[in-house]
Design a protein around this ligand. Sequence first.
Ligand code: ZN
Length: 436
Amino acid sequence: MEQEYSITEEINHYLDILFPITRSLTGKGNRETLRVIQEIIPLKIKEVPSGTKVYDWIVPDEWNIKGAWIKDRSGSTLVDMANCNLHVVSYSEPVKMIMDWDQLRPKLNWIDELPDAVPYRTSYYKRDWGFCVTKDQYDAIREAGTVEVFIDSEFSQGSLSYGEILIPGKSEKEILISCYICHPSMANDSLSGVILTAFIARSLMSDQPELMHSYRIIFVPETIGAITYCATHEEQIKELVAGLVITTVGGPGKYGYKQSFEKNHDINGIIESVLNEMDIDFITYPFDVYGSDERQYSSQGFRVNVASITRDKYYEYDYYHTSLDNLDYVKAKNISESYDIYRRIIARLDRNLTYDTVQKYCEPMFGKRNLYPSLGGGLLPPEEEMDDLDCMLWLNYFCDGTHSLFGISEAIGATVEQLHRIARILESRGLLKLLL
Ligand code: ZN
């Protein structure tokens, strides 16, 4: 008999599998991560060769690492990447040498205020190397004086890997969902968003017959991956209706959302309406040029409104970019709660359509289409505050091709879902037409 797992159990399973993998901008760990995601959704894995010019950037050489350590003169291991993949600065060049304390010290990163944490550092675009250590390890290396340092890494003319899944709806108008796959063993930053995105994609696939919009869902390394994707899908990005960057959704702390660059854009209003309805206390982060891949999608030339709903947002929590952002800190239950919120937001975004009237002037005659009597009876669910007749008249009033259903819902106090239901009736009676 097939066993049913809850979404929380599934998320937990994938946290355990994906957390230990060494990811970076490129490399085997990214491919392995995408292959694991393929167990959840039929993701297409694409490769863009190193050296490809993408706007002002170049896809870097592929980086892979087998191991790294620091040993004292007696051969005892002081630091070993096998214990924590954050120990090595990502994109470190290979090194094997004997060093004394003064030489090694500038290559060490640690955090005074979090002595037990291993910081996360990268050197993607400048050839360099380094180690990240706890305060105890730092002290032990200093005491050891002379040590042997080894980084078994390799650069090659390989490729940058990303994952993509397109889920077509009734309209060709697309909503982007983007997450980044480049962080090694940290659970809230990056991984929680990757897993949540995969499950959102799976739920959209099962809702597909009902979807009004199409969905472009991508798993890219942050910044260079998003830029590469934009450069190779320029026309598609320009046409996007809106987008979501999903990251840091699994912490124990407060919900927040980063607004898209147009404060009054529907995506921001929809997010707030859902969070308020769910009685969630949240922090609003206005759009900022610092952040994640919304920076690329919202940049000059594209200007797509992209927002993020977070739980312990990047930059904001103490364990951000450290080894303490781990599976003690992040729980599947938190990600699963964020998943429910994203599902509701996306469902509302999906139904946020714009209709135009067929009658150019004055009110249509509802009576001859049997709309008055039918709306007075069976079509009226009593729990909704605005009755269906009100919605019909207001929809007829507003729908001139310039008002979204969310805009109308805000103006009259009905829900997008209710308006969408009535608009479809009016559409079926030839009174409204959907602008797709
Ligand atoms: Zn990060």
